[in-house]
Design a protein around this ligand. Structure first.
Ligand SMILES: [Mn+2]
Length: 426
């Protein structure tokens, strides 16, 4: 299934007049306050977030999985789904593949399909947290950190193979997330596990092309419940430094213990030029993988405030790889992703409204109340008409969820693919 610009234009007709009224109001108000509204719209238009191939099916928990039907069952259909999201939102212009779930059979055909849908290939992801069929070694007790050299070598070889696949597709980064760690005290020697991981990452790093990045993701717990080898940003930062200039830390919002000040982590890493990638989701308790902005929208805004500050003031930090890394246990995955994309754009737009000069002055004058007023003035602005305008200018839907429903997308997918298709993923 493909959504045409004409279909979207038809659906947009019903809300065009309301959009004009609300956009004119906010554009005039912001202009009067000295904001460059066109500049903000341009930034929103250029902000593209990758969709991971594993987020297109119903997620699940270890207790059960409830399909939403019509799920993509092969790589072509996964690309089609991201194409649908991109057509509606104009902000999902990339897909992030997971190896071995998404190894293309025909590289040229896949690349052609992607370009026909206006999609790029974002970071490729390796998988050493599951055993693959016919694998010689098992990752039960870790991969890059494993005390067995044979296991480490298998995991390193897998990552090098993922780089090769990514190169053929035009991808520019490898993301490594390890499930390595221990579940019981005494099970693992912390120092050996960390040294092994560092040495393994250095071997992988040797194969990172010059125009690529190695993104090292961290997580405090789960699937191991006592220790994780790369447990926090500090460990990831240390390993990235040990590897070299092309290695960076990747921040996943859900990979923090409750109440961690993530915006400060973002700020520190950007100052040091070592923030390479970002995974969006939201959580109440742990790595809940909920819709972005559904639980803590203010925290998301504060994080974006630091990202915007870093993008404007830290030329030492490279462009970031943005991706949604969420699960959808009980929602239509595509609707959930649309909501996440909207929340990301909303937080970004609000962060762009923070009056950085006034904030700097208020900070220097130690006017704490004024500092808060400046931040919250931006947060309280309803920026949704700006998002609508950015989508409209690129031929997207004014109201993507409403359009998705009006065009009966899930019904159509169900008809084309059948009820019981199942996507690979988490
Ligand atoms: Mn992640």
């Amino acid at each position: 299934m493909k959504i045409t610009e004409n279909q979207i234009a038809q659906v947009n007709k019903t809300s065009l007049s309301f959009h004009k009224t609300s956009y004119d109001y906010i554009a005039n108000t912001l202009s009067e306050k000295g904001h460059d509204v066109k500049g903000i719209i341009d930034k929103l238009t250029n902000f593209q977030v990758a969709i991971p191939s594993w987020a297109l099916g119903a997620g699940g928990t270890r207790f059960g999985r409830f399909s939403f039907y019509g799920e993509p069952s092969n790589l072509e259909q996964k690309l089609e789904d991201v194409g649908l999201l991109h057509a509606l939102t104009q902000t999902a212009g990339a897909i992030s593949l997971h190896i071995p779930w998404d190894v293309p059979e025909d590289y040229n055909a896949i690349k052609e399909l992607a370009s026909s849908l206006d999609l790029k290939f974002d970071a490729v992801n390796s998988n050493t947290f599951q055993d693959q069929k016919n694998a010689k070694e098992s990752y039960k007790y870790g991969s890059l950190s494993n005390s067995s050299q044979g296991v480490r070598e298998q995991a390193i070889a897998h990552n090098i193979n993922v780089i090769k696949i990514g190169k053929k597709l035009g991808s520019k980064a490898l993301t490594v997330w390890l499930a390595d760690g221990s579940t019981f005290p005494g099970q693992s020697n912390f120092q050996s596990a960390l040294s092994n991981t560092e040495n393994s990452l250095k071997e992988i790093y040797k194969n990172i092309p010059d125009d690529w990045k190695l993104l090292i993701e961290y997580k405090p717990y789960e699937p191991n419940f006592y220790s994780t080898v790369i447990q926090d940003w500090g460990t990831s930062f240390m390993l990235a430094n040990a590897c070299g200039d092309k290695a960076f830390t990747l921040v996943d919002l859900g990979h923090h213990l409750p109440n961690t000040n993530i915006e400060q982590i973002v700020s520190t890493l950007m100052l040091k030029g070592k923030l390479g990638g970002f995974h969006f989701n939201d959580s109440k308790y742990g790595d809940d993988d909920l819709t972005v902005g559904s639980i803590k929208p203010y925290a998301l805004f504060l994080i974006f405030n630091e990202l915007v500050y870093g993008m404007e003031n830290n030329p030492q930090n490279p462009d970031l790889a943005w991706m949604i890394d969420a699960s959808h246990n009980i929602k239509d995955p595509l609707e959930d992703l649309i909501q996440s994309l909207e929340a990301i754009q909303e937080a970004y737009a609000k962060a762009l409204l923070v009056d950085q000069n006034s904030l700097r002055t208020a900070q220097q004058e130690h006017d704490v109340v004024r500092c808060q007023e400046i931040i919250q003035e931006a947060y309280r602005t309803d920026v949704r008409p700006l998002l609508e305008k950015a989508r409209l200018e690129r031929g997207g839907a004014l109201q993507p969820i409403a359009a998705y429903r009006a065009l009966k997308v899930r019904n159509q997918l169900l008809k084309e693919r059948g009820k019981h298709t199942q996507a690979t993923g988490l």
